[in-house]
Design a protein around this ligand. Structure first.
Ligand code: GAR
Length: 204
């Protein structure tokens, strides 16, 4: 008998180290209730697409421009999610804000990883390295990462998991970004994906 698993789509924009953490977690068994069926990027040259294909995962670039803007872009994503019968959407370094029309279709079915302790350094304009630049500029001594459900408020949905990471005196934004990824993001995201995937398969 084949075990039922939640079907996961991962949305990416860049390097895809969080995607890699999810792929590794599927292989090691940290994620056992879900499997990655599809990777979607809004950036044609995202290395995350290569990571997906190298691991036999279907990977697609969806252009906002070629789809006539946000509405067409989201329509195309929805079509793909339906085609691949996706149960859970994971935003892993996806640097594009989804409309309320989109997010309201998938309540508690979209996860996002954010590289700070929400509600600090989050919301519109806070993404990638900018988050760590802001944390260092403010002089906080502790930062971290958060996994949360996505709703219509950027970084405003229910928090699932958080992990704190120390800021050290010599930190640059790049050094801090790497520590937050290694100590928090790459652990939290697979954990959260397993939690929600487990809920999905037991609900059905
Ligand atoms: C990660 O630090 C992720 O938390 C962040 O971008 C980076 C992507 O890296 N996401 C956001 O800032 C979203 N608001 P990756 O492509 O190597 O996973």
């Amino acid at each position: 008998m084949t075990e039922k698993k939640a079907r996961i789509a991962v949305l990416v924009s860049g390097g895809g180290t969080n995607l890699q953490a999810l792929i590794d977690a599927c292989k090691s068994g940290i994620i056992r209730s879900g499997e990655i069926k599809l990777v979607i990027s809004n950036n044609a040259s995202a290395y995350a697409l290569t990571r997906a294909r190298d691991n036999g995962i279907h990977a697609v670039f969806v252009s906002r421009k070629k789809n006539g803007g946000q509405e067409g872009f989201e329509r195309k994503i929805k079509e793909l999610l339906e085609k691949y019968e996706i149960d859970l959407i994971v935003l892993a370094g996806f640097m594009s804000i989804l409309s309320a029309d989109f997010t309201s279709r998938y309540p508690r079915r979209i996860l996002n990883i954010h590289p700070s302790l929400i509600p600090s350094f989050c919301g519109e304009g806070f993404y990638g390295l900018k988050v760590h630049e802001a944390a260092l500029a403010r002089g906080v001594k502790v930062t971290g990462a958060t996994v949360h459900f996505v709703n219509e408020i950027p970084d405003g949905g229910e928090i699932l998991l958080q992990k704190a990471v120390a800021i050290l005196p010599a930190d640059t934004p790049e050094v801090l970004q790497k520590r937050v990824m290694e100590e928090a993001e790459w652990k939290l995201l697979p954990q959260a994906v397993e939690m929600v995937s487990g809920d999905i398969i037991t609900e059905e």
